[in-house]
Design a protein around this ligand. Structure first.
Ligand SMILES: Cc1cn([C@H]2C[C@H](O)[C@@H](COP(=O)(O)O)O2)c(=O)[nH]c1=O
Length: 211
């Protein structure tokens, strides 16, 4: 049975690039690997509504921290059978964002800490009520906030649907989100974490994942 490995980080941190690098390293080590990115744009009504809200549609929906988090959580709940199929067919499933994204962004929006009521609500909702599988390990790709912001800005308009959303435009929110991520990692929230930099060697990381 394959294990879920969640890769977390700010918008523009380089999660997609690292995911591609890890797939190469893990396959070179003989592992069967699958990847899945959340939100599942184009595949889930919840993800698409969340994206529309982040770009100004649906009235005040984006202002509701719990409403937005519920949409992201429902997207994952609807992916449960897909996730278990991926786990049965592979040794490792790398998730580009998972439940900790909801915990970190929501707590940051509410100016709460990683041990506050919002993170507890997310844990109870997604792992408790929705019975989402726990990630075996989690990684936080911690690049400087300014660099992530520049990358996210540079990406704007280069791909359909990749224009910056209201979370990405808010540098202060990104900074607070990075702090919550660091605290979640330090507390080994839900499972063991590893804090990465962009220069961490992929091969060694692959061994940690497989270990
Ligand atoms: C997957 C996920 C993303 N987000 C945020 C992170 C991003 O700023 C935004 C859209 O995600 P994306 O930029 O990775 O497509 O939504 C959450 O707040 N909760 C979640 O569960």
């Amino acid at each position: 049975m394959g294990e879920l490995i969640a890769l977390e980080g700010l918008d523009g941190a380089g999660k997609r690039t690292l995911t591609a690098k890890l797939v190469v390293e893990l396959e070179a080590a003989g592992a069967r690997v699958a990847t899945l990115a959340f939100p599942r744009y184009g595949e889930s009504i919840h993800a698409d509504i969340a994206a529309e809200a982040l770009r100004g549609q649906h009235g005040d929906l984006a202002a509701s921290v719990h409403g937005m988090a519920m949409l992201f959580a429902l997207d994952r709940a609807a992916a449960k059978s897909h996730l278990s199929r991926l786990c049965s067919d592979n040794d490792v499933v790398i998730l580009d964002r998972y439940v900790a994204s909801n915990a970190a962004y929501g707590a940051a929006r509410l100016r709460e800490n990683s041990d506050g009521p919002f993170v507890q609500w997310i844990e109870n909702l997604e792992f408790g009520r929705f019975r989402l599988p726990l990630p075996a390990r989690q990684m936080f790709l911690g690049v400087p906030v300014e660099l992530a912001q520049r990358r996210a800005a540079g990406r704007e308009g280069t791909e359909p649907g990749r224009e910056r959303d209201i979370f990405e435009r808010d540098g202060d929110l990104q900074r607070r989100t990075a702090n919550v991520y660091s605290a979640l990692a330090a507390a080994a929230w839900v499972s063991p974490w590893r804090v990465l930099t962009a220069t961490d060697p992929g091969a060694e990381l692959a061994q940690w994942i497989l270990g």
